[in-house]
Unconditional design. Sequence first.
Length: 348
Amino acid sequence: MAILGNTYLDLVEIARRTDKYDNSMAVTELLAQKNPVMQDSLAVACNEGKQHKSTVRTGLPNVAWGRLYKGIPQSKSKTQQVIDTTGFLEGRSTIDQRLLDGLKEPEKMKMVEGDAFLEAMAEEAQNTFFYGSTNTSPEKFDGLATRFSGFSTKEGGQIVDAGGSGSDNMSIWMVEWSDQGCHMLYPSNHPAGLQREDKGIQRVFDEDGNAYYAHEEIFYHHLGLAVKDYRRVVRIANIDVSNLLADPFAIDGGALSLLDVMRKGYHRLHAKQTMDQTFIPAMNQTVSRPKLVIYMNRTAFEAFDECHTEKSNVELRGKEIHGEMVPTYRDIPIRVSDALLNTEAAVA
């Protein structure tokens, strides 16, 4: 028999969230993570329903020096079509209406519970952005680590090897958000972004088939990922975590420093424009948003900060973006993401 408290709000859980006067208390989100990807990302509607087709040039035509009384050889360029798919992430909150009827602030309780669903969905979307794989989870989309997975692939030139091995590695990502680079996808017949829909009071059934009434909310997010030009993304892979913690100036156990691989990654980016101007119709104004972004986890950022402390010439500065002071490297905003793991297998 299912334990209802595992999937439904019960009286014990309600008691934890209200004071002795039956007022709803603020919940400290100890499980909340830093999820900057959805904040930075550019969303593009799919051009074929729930999938997106991109055409990339894979070969240039042959050209030749001309000579008098000689013709021009025929040639053409080569292209390839890439198809990216989307998936949909869902959540459902069901609270017994009798439970809500006994509360002093039922609307606040529903809002607090809904915030947890929003956090969970944001974390899952970001995890999939980095590590999703349709080979192991067909309902998801392929994330960056799946696309930049080996040095022998066409994307291999965009992977910087930091020298680590084993399974205690991490990656730092440099991403250009643009219609020609990396962008999130959403089906053309669905709204962009995370949606929250109040279904009101519904007649539902327990595990014995008996009916009761409950308040339901549905959360859903249709999304995918496209990387049109892989040269606009860089993965700094195989950063050995134990070596990094011991000495960020010797991450390979020798003379290779975290700053060395950051510099190598920067120079492999196809474009260096750090900010983009975007027109927001609803606001009737043009705003600046990050175009190039660096994603690293807390461990990597602490090590990078240590490099900055010891080397005054490290380009770690602050920039105001949307009213928030954000650290930058070579004018590129650095975002700390808790989705990036310290337990990656080495890229071969």
